[in-house]
Design a protein around this ligand. Sequence first.
Ligand code: FES
Length: 358
Amino acid sequence: MSPESHDEQPTDDVAVPARNDIEPAEPIENPGLPEHLPRPTDVDPKLARRAERQVAGMFTAAIVLALAFCVAYFTIPRDAEVFGWFSLNLALGLTLGLALFLIGIGAIQWAKKLMFDQEIIEMRHPARSSDEDREAALVAVGQGVSESGFGRRPLIRNSLIGAVAFLGLPAIIMLRDLGPLPGDKLFKTVWRRGMRVVNDVSGIPLRPGDIEVGQLVNAQPAILFETDSHGHALFHGTDLLQAKAKASVIAVRIRPDDIKPRKGQANWDVDGIMVYSKICTHVGCPISLWEQQTHHLLCPCHQTTYDLADGGKVIFGPGHRPLPQLPLAVDQDGYLIATSDFHEPVGPSFPEVEQNRD
Ligand code: FES
């Protein structure tokens, strides 16, 4: 191929039509709407009645499921498990989820099979409708209500009203979880005098020599790892989670000369080892971001920063209560032990704590 052939230019021999000479394309004929076919339920009253019974059946089943939710809530123990799942949560989730699902499916079936069936073309118009249109819309809504058969089909209407009304029950009975008042539970943890401080993963008791200066160790009270005479854990399920949520601690070691204890807490460390609550006093996140040079402990949630060398005082962020410290000693076998429970509530503040704050 010659080089010129790559460079084709229009020549005077090719007739290029002027823009005005181009014939407008034939407009495409509007095919219009396909023929409207009636649904089987429009022409066969038997099928319509069957669809009606199906929809009402779904709404009725939703009522039964809402009641089953209530029964499950009161009868299944919170700690009971099935296949390793908390069976109460499973039962509540299944009953409520299925009830909502059936109401949704019933409503779709009702609209598809029984409600007024007409295809409508609506032309584009300005965003605000004219007053006449708005009035017409209200009339159409009224007409829609009557055409939906809400008045004509009392079986569906009543079962739907029943299903929606009974769905309110789970919401109401769950208000019970707001009570009863916790009493002194928020003031206490499972820590007791003489209880060992153990590694939070292995459960191995800690000795002072296990923690180096500058180190932080996540820890728990030994009782959370203990078993009864049959080998069953003393704490399990919700009890274990609740006990852990309050009793989790961190053990840090700081040079004794750097420690400035809070008033009345002068001897709460063992050779510079101090044990603090792991639960942020802002809104309760677990904390362990530790800066060993500055002795600062940073909460990852909202950046409250505590100075653990200075009695756990808040030096930055939205928290405003120091991190509670656990008084510490060493038992006769050389392991770290608590000498009592915390002397103040752990975790986020609540009204009674704020009232008694100095
Ligand atoms: S929970 Fe720790 S700063 Fe908010």
